[in-house]
Design a protein around this ligand. Structure first.
Ligand SMILES: C[S@@+](CC[C@H](N)C(=O)[O-])C[C@H]1O[C@@H](n2cnc3c(N)ncnc32)[C@H](O)[C@@H]1O
Length: 303
């Protein structure tokens, strides 16, 4: 991935002369009157406030490509690598569930790494996600019960000992939706049941929103099966990080925009979100000991 542009040899004019590229970009043709090229669209892009947006996890093609990222053992981008997840499962089983068989609700379960792992440790688990490819993968490869559904509308069931929403996904919901999901999780827990959230620190959200603009090219990536150029631009305002991805198909010049948002919460705001719960506690990370630069864990109990 290239970051920024530098001008080597600014003090040595001999190598400074511009070199015209012998290529034609379909998006770069002079625009016939009244017709927008990809560059006009980029110049006219909207950078003000917009309604809350998420990447299209639930789109069948996007979810198929995202599943590749979940399963990759080369990075931790969509789900953590297996070895890290094993440590998390051990901590949840031993410390949160005290090694006793429990009913577990895994909200935004992805391909079921946690639902499946906790099921193998003797718990009765339900994983819910609206990514069709992830749920199909989980149903085929993982132990436990899985349901395809939107956390905002699907019925969670009830009588759970533990409800969890991990890997920072709570911050990716509009604040009113996050509050609504917490309320649904509360209703799904039995009295004495535990809510486990893995959330972003406010500093991590600010860092996300203040990244310098960047770009990269791929022949086949998360946003398309065809080669594309992705221009990435972030902003941070009022505790909200917004990242726009401008994806340009290199064959046709067609531009597609994707946006993700993250909401920062202070400690007081997290506590207010969980006001109906008792025993609010924070833990350094999902394995209980190693520091994570972006995320931490909150547990709270339904009275
Ligand atoms: C960062 S991934 C984490 C997946 C999984 N918890 C893990 O750690 O392996 C977030 C997950 O939340 C799911 N998700 C996001 N918004 C959702 C919604 N409104 N309803 C259901 N699932 C959602 C996505 O499809 C994705 O699988």
């Amino acid at each position: 991935m290239s970051r920024g542009i530098s001008f080597p040899g600014e003090s040595t004019p001999a190598i400074c002369a511009p070199t015209p590229l012998d290529v034609s970009l379909s998006g770069a043709e002079p625009s016939p009157k009244g017709q927008h090229t990809v560059f006009d669209k980029l110049l006219d892009r909207h950078t003000g406030e917009t309604p809350w947006q998420k990447i299209p996890w639930h789109d069948p093609d996007f979810s198929r490509r995202m599943l590749r990222e979940h399963l990759s053992q080369a990075h931790d981008a969509a789900s953590r690598r297996a070895e890290k997840i094993e440590r998390h499962l051990d901590w949840i089983h031993r410390v949160v569930l005290k090694g006793r068989p429990a009913r577990v609700l895994d909200l935004g379960c992805g391909p079921g790494f946690y639902t499946g792992g906790l099921t193998l440790l003797g718990h009765r688990c339900m994983g819910i996600d609206f990514s069709p490819a992830s749920i199909a993968y989980a149903q085929e490869h993982k132990a436990g019960t899985f349901q395809l559904g939107d956390l905002l509308t699907v019925d969670y069931g009830n009588d759970y000992d533990l409800a969890m929403l991990i890997y920072g996904e709570l911050n990716a919901f509009a604040p009113e939706d996050a509050k609504y999901i917490i309320g649904k999780a509360y209703a799904a827990l039995k009295p004495g049941g535990t809510l486990l959230l893995e959330v972003h620190t406010p500093e991590a959200v600010e860092r996300e929103g203040t990244q310098p603009p960047t770009w990269y090219t791929v022949r086949d990536g998360l946003f398309s099966d065809a080669p594309y150029l992705c221009l990435e631009e972030s902003s941070f305002k009022d505790g909200r990080a917004v990242t726009d991805y401008y994806v340009i198909d290199t064959a046709t010049g067609a531009l597609t925009q994707y946006t993700t948002m993250l909401q920062a919460y202070t400690d007081a705001q997290y506590r207010a979100l969980l006001a109906d719960f008792a025993d609010y506690e924070t833990v350094i990370s999902l394995d209980g000991e190693s520091e994570d630069p972006y995320l931490f864990v909150i547990t709270a109990r339904k009275p």
